[in-house]
Design a protein. Structure first.
Length: 347
C-alpha cells in the first residue's frame, strides 16, 4: 500500500498561501481532500503527496518548497511512532524503532542505519519503497528536512550531520543547502540520507521504559506486515549491490539463507524472477538518474553494474525506445508538475 498519513503535509496549506498560491486547488488537483491534511487518522497515496509537493513548488515558483515545509514539521507528525522513538534509551534505539515501525506512518517509505567502513561514521538512509516512483525532489528535500528536525530534537537544536546526500541535482544554490543542513551537501547520490558520527548514535535520550513498551505493543497491533513480499527486500539489496557487481543470484540468495533454486521458486510464486527484478531495478535507476541528475553516462553504467556504456545504450532502447541522451533531454525538459496525474499512480 503506497499510502501516508495526513500529517505528512502538516503546514502545506499555510506555506502555499504565504507563497501566493491556492493550497486547496493544488491539493484537489493531486487527488487529496484538503480536510485530510494535518490529520493523523487520514490517509492519501504517497504518489499524490509527491504530486502535491511538485505542483506547489512549480505553481508558487518556490524551488526550496520542500525544505521550507521541512522546518514546519518534526517528530510529532509521526504520531505513536514518534512517541516510541523519543522514549527509547538511546538515539540508536530510536532509529531502530523508526526502522521497524515506520510502516505505521507510511508503508511507502523506510529508513535504515548502517555502519560505514572504519566504524567512525554511520549512514542514515531514507528510502522510497514503491517501485518506479515519479520525479519527487521536493519530497526528498522535505523528508530529509524533517529527518534533520528529528535529529535536532534528539541531539540538540544546532545538531548537524557530517554530510547530507541528495539523489537529485541542486534545486537552489549550493550555499543555501549548506545553510539549511549546516554540513557538506552531495548531489546526484545513489541514496538519500545523512553521514553522521557513529558516536552520536550512542547518546542517551530521556528514557521512559513504560511508555516505550506500551507504544510498541500498540504499534505491533496496527502494522500489517503480511504484504512484505520477498521481491521488495530483494529489490533493495539489488539497488545497493549493483555498483559492486555483486547483485548476483548466489550472493542475494545467501543473504536470505536460501539456495538459489529455492529463491527462484519463491519469486516464481510471486509472479516474477530474479533476472526480471534486476532488469526492473536497472530500468528504474536509469530513469531516475537521467531524469533527476547530470551524472555522466559512463558513471550511470557503472552504477548499474554494466561493464560497458554500450550495454546501457542497448538497454535504454529496449526499455524506452530511445538512447540515454535523448531520454535525458526529453525527461528533463518536462517539469514533474506538468506530468498527467495517471503517471503518478503508485503501487
Amino acid at each position: 500500500m503506497s499510502v501516508i498519513r495526513g500529517t505528512s503535509l502538516t503546514g502545506f496549506r499555510e506555506l502555499v498561501t504565504e507563497c501566493g498560491g491556492d493550497p486547496d486547488a493544488l491539493l484537489r488537483g493531486a487527488g487529496i481532500r484538503p480536510e485530510d491534511v494535518g490529520r493523523f487518522d487520514a490517509f492519501f497515496t504517497y504518489p499524490a503527496m509527491m504530486y502535491a509537493m511538485e505542483s506547489a513548488a512549480a505553481a508558487t515558483a518556490t524551488p526550496d518548497f520542500g525544505l521550507r515545509l521541512g522546518t514546519r514539521q518534526g517528530i510529532d507528525i509521526l504520531g505513536p511512532v514518534g512517541v516510541a522513538a523519543r522514549t527509547a534509551p538511546t538515539v540508536a534505539d530510536a532509529l531502530r524503532t523508526f526502522e521497524h515501525y515506520l510502516a505505521a506512518y507510511s508503508p511507502a517509505i523506510g529508513v535504515h542505519v548502517e555502519p560505514l567502513p572504519g566504524d567512525q561514521l554511520a549512514f542514515f538512509e531514507f528510502a522510497v519503497l514503491i517501485a518506479h516512483p515519479p520525479a519527487h525532489p521536493q519530497t526528498i528535500d522535505l523528508s530529509l528536512g524533517v529527518a534533520l528536525q528529528v535529529f535536532r530534537f534528539m541531539l540538540g537544536s544546532h545538531y548537524a550531520p557530517t554530510v547530507v546526500h541528495l539523489p537529485h541535482g541542486p534545486l537552489i544554490s549550493r550555499a543555501e543547502y549548506l545553510r539549511y543542513f549546516s554540513c557538506t551537501t552531495r548531489f546526484d547520490e545513489p541514496r538519500a540520507g545523512f553521514t553522521l558520527p557513529a558516536a552520536d548514535l550512542e547518546r542517551p535520550l530521556i528514557q521512559d521504559d513504560q511508555a516505550h513498551r506500551a507504544v510498541l505493543t500498540y504499534l505491533d497491533t496496527v502494522i500489517d506486515r503480511t504484504d512484505r513480499t520477498l521481491r521488495t527486500s530483494i529489490r533493495k539489496l539489488v539497488r545497493q549491490l549493483l555498483p559492486t557487481g555483486a547483485a548476483t543470484l548466489p550472493v542475494i540468495a545467501a543473504q536470505f539463507r536460501l539456495h538459489p533454486k529455492s529463491l527462484q521458486r519463491r519469486l516464481a510464486a510471486e509472479g516474477t524472477s530474479f533476472a526480471a527484478l534486476v532488469d526492473d531495478v536497472r530500468r528504474e535507476m536509469t530513469e531516475r538518474y537521467l531524469r533527476d541528475t547530470e551524472v555522466t553516462l559512463a558513471h550511470l553504467a557503472r552504477e548499474l553494474g554494466y561493464a560497458e556504456q554500450s550495454v546501457l545504450t542497448r538497454s535504454c532502447r529496449r526499455w524506452f525506445g530511445a538512447s540515454p541522451a535523448a531520454l535525458r533531454n526529453r525527461w528533463q525538459s518536462e517539469p514533474a508538475s506538468a506530468m498527467p496525474m495517471q503517471t503518478w499512480s503508485g503501487s
